[in-house]
Ligand binder design. Structure first.
Ligand SMILES: Cc1ncc(COP(=O)(O)O)c(C=O)c1O
Length: 367
């Protein structure tokens, strides 16, 4: 049996007719940028996320960057980000000229540890960017309380967690402005790059819309130095189609995760995902941890099962951030996660027989 770590095939077969219809509509409309498809998708995504506004943009990194910029975060400022995130979170901070300040995750949830945030706050701190990593919502109540106490903005990085919630409230609806990604492999993925900002704030909605479109609210009138960071009509139309299936795809992910967790729970030395009692987990990734990570990955590969490591090098140890001077040992939890994490195959349409085979091979490895 050969099992890829991710395939779109079962999802894309199920929506193929509607995707082709969406393509036809855009093609025949002769309107490709900033049209009806985008405004329709923005409304649908705002409703899905339980916020007043969604603003479609070019990708997740740009969504985070535009959020920070609209909130006025700039050179000389500091922004708190988790030490074990995908580099995009930190890059968005760098794009506005600010400095990412890394805070370690809770070793059980892998999400930023709210207990460690206060000690990282300085007079330069302007914002906190929690990342709902792997699909699990962060402890947003505590994060919002800290932000309120120190008058900081909150920008959720919701790239991996469409449809998750903390205390029943959607991820992407807690912060001032929140970025998400529709990179193809995300739980809601476009057929190319895409992203969105979600917010309840009228002023930020307006600012971000202007920023993404050359600093212009009225054609050929440019009030500020803006960007070209728009979500195009085709991607918006495709996303509208796929959004309709997102809930059922998420349930499938959760069922697969449950099966993994039920069947693998008794293996000594294999740490399974832990979900906080008030959080939901939409299992963008199913990440196990083991000291024998490399050997397990090799064994699975030999048996036809592909896996991945999210992420092998934490941002502070990337060459790009060497100027921060954070050497090995600075963030031991993030560094340990990078050495021990392994993402098992998970996607809507992964068959029971395939999940059983993966479980069987993992058990074989430990026997
Ligand atoms: C946590 C996180 N933040 C931000 C991004 C950036 O999204 P994009 O690739 O759409 O720029 C990604 C995904 O790539 C991500 O996983």
């Amino acid at each position: 049996m050969t099992i890829p770590v991710l395939t779109f095939e079962p999802m894309h077969v199920s929506v193929k007719d509607n995707m082709y219809m969406a393509f036809d509509q855009v093609y025949n409309s002769n309107w490709f940028i900033m049209g009806n498809q985008l405004s329709a998708f923005e409304k649908e995504y705002a409703t899905f996320n339980d916020v007043n506004y969604a603003i479609g943009v070019s990708n997740g990194l740009d969504a985070l960057f535009l959020s920070l910029k609209a909130l006025g975060v700039k050179a000389g400022d500091e922004v708190i980000v988790p030490s074990n995130t995908y580099i995009a979170t930190a890059l968005a901070v760098s794009y506005v000229g600010a400095t990412p300040v890394f805070v370690e995750p809770n070793p059980k949830t892998y999400n930023i540890d709210p207990e460690l945030i206060e000690q990282a706050i300085t007079s330069k701190t302007k914002a906190i960017m929690p990342v709902h990593l792997y699909g699990q919502a962060c402890e947003m109540d505590k994060i919002i309380n800290i932000a309120t106490k120190y008058n900081l903005a909150v920008i959720e990085d919701n790239a991996q967690s469409h449809g998750a919630a903390f205390q029943g409230k959607c991820t992407g609806s807690w912060g001032d402005a929140n970025g998400t990604s529709f990179y193809p492999g995300k739980n809601l993925g476009a057929l190319g790059d895409g992203g969105a900002i979600t917010t309840n704030n009228d002023d930020l909605n307006h600012k971000i819309k202007v920023l993404r479109n050359y600093g212009s609210a009225v054609k050929y009138k440019h009030d500020i130095i803006g960007h070209n960071m728009r979500l195009d009509e085709l991607q918006a139309a495709f996303l509208s189609v796929k959004l309709k299936s997102l809930k059922s795809w998420t349930i499938q992910r959760q069922e697969i995760a449950k099966k993994y967790s039920d069947e693998l729970s008794n293996i000594e030395g294999l740490i399974l995902p832990y979900t906080h009692s008030e959080a939901t987990h939409v299992y963008h990734l199913y990440v196990v941890r083991t000291d024998k990570r490399d050997a397990l990955q090799k064994f699975l590969e030999e048996k036809g099962i592909s896996t991945m490591v999210h992420y092998p090098i934490p941002p502070h140890l990337q060459q790009a951030y060497s100027f921060l001077g954070k050497t090995e040992g600075t963030f031991p939890i993030a560094e340990n996660l990078a050495k021990t994490s392994l993402s098992l195959p998970i996607w809507p349409g992964l068959k029971d027989s395939e999940v059983n085979y993966i479980i069987e091979i993992i058990k074989e490895f430990y026997n």
